[in-house]
Design a protein around this ligand. Sequence first.
Ligand SMILES: NC(=O)c1ccc[n+]([C@@H]2O[C@H](COP(=O)([O-])OP(=O)(O)OC[C@H]3O[C@@H](n4cnc5c(N)ncnc54)[C@H](OP(=O)(O)O)[C@@H]3O)[C@@H](O)[C@H]2O)c1
Length: 268
Amino acid sequence: MSASELFSVQGKRVVVSGGTSGIGLMIARAFVENGASVLISSRKAEVCASVAEELSRFGECVAVPENLASEEGCQRLADAVGEIWDSLDVLVNNAGATWGAPLAEHDAAAWDRVLDLNVQGVFHLTRFLRPLLDASVSGEPPHADPARVINVGSIDGLRVPGMETYSYTASKAGMHHLTRHLAWDLSPRITVNAIAPGPFESRMMAATLEAQGEQIAERAPMRRIGSEEDMAGVSMYLASRAASYVTGAVIPVDGGLSTCLATWNPAS
Ligand SMILES: NC(=O)c1ccc[n+]([C@@H]2O[C@H](COP(=O)([O-])OP(=O)(O)OC[C@H]3O[C@@H](n4cnc5c(N)ncnc54)[C@H](OP(=O)(O)O)[C@@H]3O)[C@@H](O)[C@H]2O)c1
């Protein structure tokens, strides 16, 4: 089999939550530019419409605005996807939120706001879209090209970030384990994997990267922050036939930040 077939996402139907900004937009753009049909979703209708219009210059992209921090919002989005498509090949659960506050001030509202989207939203959207994901896979197992769920976790769910983002780190660690649990439940028709990004340009990371971007890049073993190409590569790999035997994996895409001891490197 040729590399272009093995890694192809051509013709796949893909939903990207939070596909209007940052990492979600990087992923949506990669799929659109490589021949997939993409549906993006986030809360603001005008932003959804203008990003879908911009991406449609390169291929097929539509948008359905929705708030995915509630079970009802996830159900509405799944229903809307079902009205457009009769099957779905790839669900990218990317929409996420963060919050930082000192321990004494980290109240229940801040906790719920983050957990509702980062964990519950992932769970409900996956469960409501499962029939459509199932519908893209025919025949008896083993399946050469199963449907895919790709969750966007974080290296903050793998190691402690040194900031007071308690609900965020708990949500991402929880989401990584939910990924493994769903991988078991949804096999063999659907694979479920997570990408754990390090620092990438986005709205969520804008202030941090402006204040400390250079130091963060210096500390990373690969000496830079993540690029659009890095996110395109891992997401298209996980959606392609090349990854059809990979499930329950959490893949750090962080230039080595979470896996190498890089805070002080006497050799550099
Ligand atoms: N950038 C990084 O360095 C980094 C590192 C590790 C992990 N991550 C993860 O990557 C994912 C994307 O984050 P990002 O950094 O790219 O941030 P971002 O630029 O702020 O993008 C977040 C996206 O999620 C959408 N969203 C937020 N709340 C939503 C809701 N309740 N319902 C539906 N959509 C919602 C946003 O659109 P609206 O606000 O219009 O709804 C936006 O499209 C998150 O899961 C984040 O935890 C990012």
